[in-house]
Design a protein around this ligand. Structure first.
Ligand SMILES: *Cc1c(COP(=O)(O)O)cnc(C)c1O
Length: 468
């Protein structure tokens, strides 16, 4: 049959929409989405005919399947794009996978507060307007427990916003001194010099990349200096011939000249990671105790809460930040206060296992080994063409925290007789509950530290399907 003859076999869009099965779809899912799906399916057929890919018999069989094809297309277009995945990378705070998973309590409190109205900015005892920060401010004050001084806290969209807002509030039009060794880039789009420029403060670099002394800060101080800034290097280390003044020295110098000190901590550790063998990450409370006036950190890194930027410190300086119109532009939704409040309450109760990121950091090697062996045994029994071993490996915290520290873990190392490791890894990503793994030396590695025990079933099912 000629190509134009083949085209004539196709129904018009109107004819398609009059099919009873399609009419039913219109009733259920709405006219415009169904029309779009129908149009796309017909368009696909035309494209294939033009390319000479379909003969008459193939077209007739495709036309018999038209209603289910349109329905499938419709379902795809109405499905969520943002979906849960299984993180088998072992990177606990994986920025591309949403960083910190939330606790059950955080989720429940978010739902409870967001499904209806709340006292977000309403003082229930006076009946007057209140401040949204009070809900978490009191908890931060307890957790950061610096008996000698009062601590105020403000929440914004993320730590990048926190740094921008704090710099703009405290140093716009003046100079900020930063060590050359701390002009960092985090995750591609956050660069200290760029954020500084946007804040309206002038960056004044002091010292050198590897060595900065307190005298370098002192000689750079002038009547234009508004702030001394310390930036946690987060995602890299400088080793070898290095020098950096202690926080105490920096604070003493700042006091002498009556200039505040700010520290961008990045990850915001509240739970002491030395408990899991990780050293060198600064704790928020330690910086405040050392006399730093303002600290900024993320809600969804080591804290294990929702995305947020947190500014804690001296109440008088925080009042300036709160009065900045930029704060209004960067403030966050009630849901985030709810999630943060629930996460902070877990800290106060020392219920660390209820916070997923902390629970994952605290999994013991024995526990991980036991789980890995269980899964490996099941897969070996059912998947003759997969080679599965349990191997030792290292998990990382991620989120730019403690780049030099890793946690000992167990991985499932999988090889397939029919697919190479990259193919196997890609097929795991296509699984109905996508599984994100990594390839090393020709094997797919699945790190169980970041896999919740209730997700193990899905991993077994996916591997079994892959061996067919
Ligand atoms: C992660 C990080 C940031 C950016 O924080 P976000 O919450 O991702 O905006 C800024 N500064 C430092 C030092 C960091 O580690």
């Amino acid at each position: 049959m000629s190509q134009s003859g083949l085209f004539r076999l196709l129904p018009s869009l109107d004819e398609l929409l009059r099919l009873p099965a399609i009419e039913a779809l219109v009733q259920r899912e709405g006219r415009s989405a169904t029309v779009a799906a129908g149009r796309a399916v017909l368009e696909q057929l035309r494209t294939e005919i033009t390319a000479g890919e379909l003969d008459e018999a193939q077209i007739r069989s495709r036309l018999d399947d038209l209603p289910p094809t349109v329905e499938q297309r419709l379902r795809q277009s109405l499905a969520f794009s943002l979906r849960p995945v299984i993180n088998a990378t072992g990177v606990i705070l994986h920025t591309n996978l949403g960083r910190a998973p939330l606790s059950r309590a955080a989720l429940e409190h978010m739902a409870e507060v967001s499904l209806g109205y709340s006292n977000l900015e309403f003082n229930l005892s006076s009946g007057e307007r209140g401040q949204r920060d009070v809900h978490v401010g009191r908890l931060f004050a307890k957790l950061l427990n610096t008996a000698e001084r009062e601590v105020s806290t403000i929440i914004v969209n993320n730590n990048a916003a926190a740094v921008l807002l704090a710099l703009n509030s405290l140093a716009e039009g003046g100079e900020v001194l930063v060590s050359r060794g701390e002009l960092v880039e985090i995750g591609g789009s956050f660069r200290i010099p760029d954020v500084m420029a946007k804040s309206g403060a002038v960056l004044r670099e002091v010292g050198t990349t590897n060595r900065t002394r307190i005298a370098d800060y002192e000689s750079a101080i002038s009547d234009r200096t508004r702030l001394l800034l310390r930036v946690h290097r987060s995602n890299f280390q400088i080793v070898g011939f290095t020098e950096q003044p202690s926080l105490e020295e920096l604070v003493a110098l700042a006091r002498k000249h009556n200039i505040p000190v700010m520290e961008d901590l990045g990850s915001g550790e509240i739970f002491d990671l030395r408990n899991v063998g990780v050293r060198g990450e600064p704790m928020v409370a330690d910086s405040l105790r050392a006399g730093v006036d303002v600290v900024t950190y993320s809600g969804d890194k080591l804290l294990g809460g929702p995305q947020a930027g947190i500014i804690s410190g001296d109440p008088a300086l925080l009042a300036k930040v709160r009065a900045n119109p930029l704060f209004r532009a960067l403030r966050v939704e009630k849901m985030f206060y709810a999630a943060l409040e629930a996460t902070l309450l877990a800290y106060l109760r020392e219920d660390y296992d209820s916070i997923p990121a902390l629970r994952m950091m605290r999994f013991s090697e024995d526990e991980l080994e036991r789980r890995a062996n269980q899964i490996a045994d099941r897969v070996r029994a059912n998947c003759p063409n997969l080679l599965v071993e349990v191997a030792e490996s290292r998990s990382v915290l991620g989120g730019g925290a403690a780049p030099g520290s890793t946690l000992p873990t167990r991985v499932l190392a999988v090889k397939s007789a029919s697919h190479n490791a990259d193919e196997l890894c890609a097929r795991l990503r296509q699984w109905e509950m996508p599984i994100i793994a990594r390839v090393e030396e020709g094997r797919v590695l699945l790190d169980l530290r970041t896999v919740e025990p209730e997700q193990e079933e899905a991993i077994v099912a996916a591997l079994e399907s892959m061996s067919k």
